[in-house]
Design a protein around this ligand. Structure first.
Ligand code: SF4
Length: 405
């Protein structure tokens, strides 16, 4: 049987889809790159914004139009949010029942198939969030906090590394809330780095208020942990952060960046920022532009604020008009390209270790330990390459750095 999986949204969804893929391949099925050829189609939906809802609906309609004879499974956050209005197509399976549900495909047309492992793998360690940021729908659809037992995480890492994985991304909705029988995120990292294998670890994203001094010191001392942190800022002033119900002030965030700057390793920071949050003034926006220039992030994921029913911000009165939001997004994107270029220039001629994930001809594509997209000529295998950042390649504001090895 051929299957096709389409994943929308966050790394957690990606990790769950990877698990589904692995399960189906272990049952002897084969992945195909289009919905048209598939006997089974899985759509893993997202509801983080209105746009994500719309994409989920559009994708489901497209898939069912492209192939009306396949089994279609629809899972993910959008189906748990009634307001996403997911069309009644296929079999709706709640997230927590999704992988067990695939067992029904175990005996169907099984062929011999060897699971070809990935080189970089997301491993889910935590699910759920109870922070209730005022713009975010996630706590309404995934409120229960669940941490994966330490032994299960270590076992998954061992199996993955033994099957060829070289980078593990620890993934969760709110990673810093990891807690299992008194084991916190930093204890978990201690256990993981002590595994006697050759691989590196990356944290997917961590809330700024949950980054402890102990965690920073540990990351600083461990070469197995990538020197890259994704610290979502979201709002660029105390007023906005307060309205967003974030758990830190703007000064707290700056203090955290200063602490990171004092570490021995040069840690790359990426972040998320919402543009056009209710109450965002022109002054706030100008401040954000200055900030992008001054703080020098490796990358900033800019999101245009989108109203979500149920959330607190939905009922705020001072929503930014759509045309202004659109304008601000365009200006911020432009500024961001300039800042990204500047950051990458600061890396040129510096040493890096790049993990090649895809090879086309003799060109290898992958990421450095700082999460810089890289390109290396004349490579033949998916592995770590040591070299120097050499040249920035910008294709339509999609940046990649050529590495000389
Ligand atoms: S921390 Fe805030 S933005 Fe992140 S999932 Fe929780 S509520 Fe949503």
């Amino acid at each position: 049987m051929f299957f096709y999986i389409k994943t929308l949204g966050c790394k957690l969804n990606q990790a769950e889809s990877e698990e589904a893929k692995k399960t189906l391949i272990e049952f002897g099925h084969e992945e195909t790159s289009t919905a048209k050829n598939a006997h089974l189609i899985v759509l893993n939906t997202c509801t983080v914004t209105h746009i994500a809802d719309r994409k989920s609906r559009q994708m489901l309609r497209k898939i069912s139009k492209d192939n009306n004879s396949a089994d279609i499974i629809v899972t993910g956050c959008a189906i748990e949010n009634k307001l996403s209005n997911i069309p009644d197509i296929g079999t709706i399976i709640p997230k927590n029942e999704f992988i067990p549900y695939l067992a029904k495909y175990k005996e169907i047309n099984v062929k011999n198939n060897i699971y070809t492992s990935q080189i970089r793998k997301n491993i889910i360690i935590q699910k759920g969030c109870n922070f209730f940021c005022s713009y975010c729908i996630i706590p309404f659809v995934r409120n229960e906090l669940v941490s994966v037992p330490l032994e299960d995480i270590l076992e998954q890492i061992k199996t993955s590394v033994n099957s060829g994985v070289k980078e593990i991304i620890l993934t969760g909705i709110n990673l810093g809330l990891y807690s299992y029988k008194g084991i916190s995120l930093d204890n978990l990292l201690e256990e993981i780095v002590s595994l006697p294998f050759d691989f590196r670890i990356r944290l997917s994203s961590i809330e700024p208020n949950l980054v402890t001094d102990k965690l920073l010191t540990f990351i600083d001392s461990q070469s197995k942990i990538c020197p890259h942190l994704h610290l979502p800022l979201q709002g660029s002033s105390d007023n906005l952060l307060h309205l967003m119900n974030r758990k830190y002030s703007f000064d707290d965030y700056l203090t955290l960046l200063a602490k990171i700057n004092f570490l021995n390793r040069k840690i790359a920071i990426t972040t998320d920022v919402i543009v056009g949050f209710p109450g965002e003034t022109e002054e706030d926006f100008q401040f954000l532009l200055n900030l992008l220039e001054k703080l020098i992030f490796l990358d900033v994921h800019l999101f245009s604020y989108s109203k979500r029913d149920k959330t607190k911000a939905y009922s705020f009165l001072n929503h930014v008009p759509e045309n202004i939001k659109k304008q601000r997004m365009q200006i911020a994107q432009k500024k961001l390209h300039f800042c990204r270029q500047k950051y990458l220039e600061s890396l040129l001629n510096k040493e890096c270790i790049c993990l090649i994930e895809k090879i086309e001809g003799t060109l290898g594509y992958g990421y450095s330990e700082k999460y810089v997209p890289c390109l290396i000529s004349n490579v033949s295998s998916k592995e770590f390459y040591q070299g120097k950042y050499h040249k920035i390649i910008n294709q339509n504001n999609d940046y990649r750095v050529e590495i000389n090895i």
